[in-house]
Design a protein around this ligand. Sequence first.
Ligand code: DX5
Ligand code: ZN
Length: 214
Amino acid sequence: MLISPSILTCDFAHLAKELAFVESTGADMVHLDVMDGVFVPNLSFGPPVIARMRPLTTMFFDVHLMMEYPDRLVKAFTDAGADLINFHVESASPVAETIAAIKALGKQVALTLKPKTPAEAVFPYLDELDMVLVMTVEPGFGGQKFMADQMPKVEALRKEIDRRGLSVKIQVDGGVASATAPACAAAGADIAVVGSALFNAEDPRALVEEIHAL
Ligand code: DX5
Ligand code: ZN
């Protein structure tokens, strides 16, 4: 599996240092969690912060929008330097139009599913997507417990993607660590988002290698 470290649990007073840390672990990309305080009961950061991060690294910016109206800021996030824009199928924005707007800006696009949303919710859009994210916690906070009951959803998506002969990647996000990543890989996930487990790891490079070996 590839690994996309979430900086949500990092020290935001030292973002440049934390980005350099992520890069030093050998991770494949960086996962940026944007929260609006409406779609989820928490706030994080937005386009101005991402724009300041952009010149500090060449890493791929995997931007996860936990927003009620992601369509309103699609252009702001691409201008800020997002490489992939990922929004929730449960958001209040029109899904097909928002996908089209992201693609028109020349960026990769993904849809996310909350734990209670079935895999089938993204099937109508699958042909248009670069990635689907299966949340393995309720979105809003880092450091929560992994929900193993989401693995059948990953399997169902894998089956449908393969049946259609698509190259859509499957990402898992929430509570992914040494103990829980193997189940994600076995279910067919391609990319693991890892937040607190990486920032608290005694040997972060070893954890990245472990995920890569799955
Ligand atoms: C949760 C976020 C996740 C989270 C991952 O709402 O989307 O990206 O920060 O953090 P850990 O790995 O600590 O669950
Ligand atoms: Zn996330």
